[in-house]
Design a binder for this molecule. Structure first.
Ligand SMILES: *[C@@H]1O[C@H](CO)[C@@H](O)[C@H](O)[C@H]1NC(C)=O
Ligand SMILES: *[C@@H]1O[C@H](CO)[C@@H](O)[C@H](O)[C@H]1NC(C)=O
Length: 556
């Protein structure tokens, strides 16, 4: 009886607070129909609290995604087992280095097999790792990019370790990390862009020896911090963390990060600001570093909040005719380039990661009560002012990204250009460099990228809105129709706006690690990798959230 009474009083209190928030919060439910989002009526929900919704599997669609993974993997295994990259049209493999492979495809795919319960495939992949994986490979030709090797191979090994508890993967991860670490031996502590794994020396960029791309320098931290935590070795932590201190010290007034940095003095180089290539995952990892250590490092929250403010101040745009939200770029101008910029209305497919990231950020960093869990879908009163802003931008950007799928294939191109006046009847953007009736450009490709699918997964988990599953399924069907090869495997589509399609002879490793994993998770039960227990690295390798024992050196 006592418990009941207390529960009743608590409910009354919650109802009163919620009603108060509903009527007095400065920002109510949005009225802009272009957001396409129906906010639940908060006062009503609070009076009749619903139990937390469990998002259950759509088994038919989930199993279709698993079948797609098996189709892609079995073709690789048949034609190229052990090679780093797979060319499904010529039925061949290639290695990054002339001296042998580093498990680029296999290690990238292992955690997806574990997740999908593909025991037979997994057993063969593990066997390959235990008997054939070696990092004693010559990389003097700059074939081992510091960032790509870290996110795909180190990240893949760490996730395989976490999902299997098999120390084999952790041992390989330590060995690989030790071979990558020399890349950080620069005057500033920013890493060099490549590394020779055999000789253990960092290698400068070929054309701009002092340059590292910002995203490459700042998208190593989840992996090295995870390794440090599980091996209890602070060296890995502090090498990666130092980079964040250098980037923070180099801040521009806008709080946005140009895409190039100087490894000698740690400053930003004169270069574009964009959320696409070379910029994207800097922003992604600000939030995820904060989440990875269970919100115990406010320094990343501050950097993330400042950056999201900068994005809203300078980059968020809407098209004039249809009000589609997109993220523009800034091109630096002249001697005052740190403060003087031209806006460019170009958006890489990569930018679509930001939609889900903003929604994830809104429900964590943007919770009105720090550390509190918010509802699914979130109620406005649970989010701070900036949380509400980020949520709305994320929802709208995801719709904008879906607009870029309105092509002949249903697949979105690598780069789009938004336009202020509608040139075409059904869309207010075109593929970069293309003109109606002209030849396809390089940016018309779809290379099996995951970013929209990744955001749809996050949107589904954070809202339970069936619309997001429907969008994902539509993209999956377009991939099956246009990227699947009759003789096995999947390949890059050369022009998303021309059917029948032509293919490029490449099945990217991230199709197995990211695209199919996020599709699988969208149709699986939500207890598979819950968002309050894992962060995903930028290659979709899940890493557990933990409380740090290692003392961070970079703090507020
Ligand atoms: C790539 O390297 C792996 C491992 O050393 C080897 O098994 C495979 O045959 C190589 N592939 C090619 C195309 O040389
Ligand atoms: C931690 O890792 C670094 C880099 O590999 C190594 O030099 C050092 O000996 C390790 N420390 C411990 C305590 O194992």
């Amino acid at each position: 009886m006592r418990r009941r009474t207390i529960q009743y009083l608590v409910l009354l209190f919650i109802a009163a607070v919620a009603t108060h928030l509903y009527f007095f919060a400065s920002t109510g439910p949005p009225t802009d129909p272009s957001l396409g989002w129906d906010w639940p009526d908060e006062s009503e929900e609070a009076l009749n609290p619903v139990p937390k919704r469990i998002l259950s599997a759509d088994t038919k669609k989930r199993d279709a995604v698993v079948a797609s993974f098996q189709y892609a993997w079995s073709a690789y295994e048949r034609d190229a087992m052990g090679s780093d990259e797979y060319h499904p049209i010529s039925h061949s493999g290639t290695n990054l280095s002339h001296s042998g492979g580093i498990g680029y495809t296999i290690v990238d795919a292992i955690d997806t097999m574990l997740l999908m319960g593909l025991d037979a495939e997994y057993a063969r992949a593990r066997e390959w790792v235990s008997t054939s994986l070696s990092f004693d490979r010559d990389g003097r030709t700059r074939c081992f990019n510091t960032f790509e090797t870290t996110i795909r191979v180190l990240g893949g090994l760490l996730s395989a370790f976490h999902l299997s508890a098999d120390k084999l993967y952790l041992h390989h991860a330590v060995e690989l990390a030790d071979r990558i670490l020399p890349a950080f031996d620069t005057p500033s502590g920013l890493p060099l862009s490549s590394v020779n794994l055999e000789t253990r020396v960092g290698i400068p960029d070929q054309w701009n020896p002092a340059t590292i791309s910002t995203a490459e320098a700042t998208t190593l931290q989840l992996e090295f911090r995870d390794l440090a935590h599980w091996t209890k070795n602070a060296t890995y932590w502090h090498k990666a963390e130092k980079v964040m201190a250098v980037v923070d010290a180099a801040r521009l007034p806008s709080n946005l990060a140009p895409i190039s940095m100087n490894v000698n003095d740690g400053s930003f180089s004169q270069s574009e600001i964009r959320l696409g290539s070379r910029g994207d995952s800097y922003y992604e990892y600000l939030l995820k570093q904060y989440l990875q250590t269970d919100r115990k490092e406010p320094v990343y929250l501050k950097m993330y909040e400042d950056a999201m403010q900068g994005i809203h101040d300078h980059l968020v745009q809407k098209t004039a005719t249809r009000k589609h939200t997109y993220i523009a770029e800034l091109v630096p101008k002249g001697v005052d380039w740190r403060t003087t910029w031209d806006l460019q209305h170009k958006q890489d497919h990569l930018v679509c990661f930001l939609a889900g990231s903003l929604m994830l950020g809104a429900t964590t960093a943007g919770a009105r009560t720090p550390g509190a869990a918010v509802s699914v879908p979130p109620r406005m009163g649970e989010l701070s002012e900036t949380g509400q802003r980020d949520w709305k931008t994320g929802v709208a950007l995801l719709e904008g990204c879906m607009e870029t799928h309105k092509t002949a294939t249903g697949l979105s191109p690598e780069i789009v250009q938004f336009q202020q006046a509608a040139e075409q009847p059904n869309r207010d953007w075109h593929i970069k460099g293309s003109r109606p009736g002209g030849p396809a450009t390089y940016d018309a490709r779809y290379m099996l990228r995951p970013e929209t699918i990744e955001s749809l997964f996050l949107a589904w988990r954070l809202t339970g809105d069936a619309r997001y599953r429907a969008y994902s399924w539509g993209i999956f069907e377009a991939i099956e129709r246009h990227a699947r090869l009759p003789a096995g495997g999947y390949a890059t589509v050369v022009d998303v706006d021309t059917v029948p399609v032509k293919h490029d002879d490449k099945q990217e490793t991230f199709y197995l690690s990211e695209t199919l994993k996020y599709l699988y998770l969208t149709f699986a039960d939500e207890d598979k990798l819950p968002l309050d227990k894992y962060v995903f690295n930028t290659e979709a390798h899940p890493l557990p959230i933990f409380r740090p024992d290692i003392q961070p050196l970079f703090t507020i």
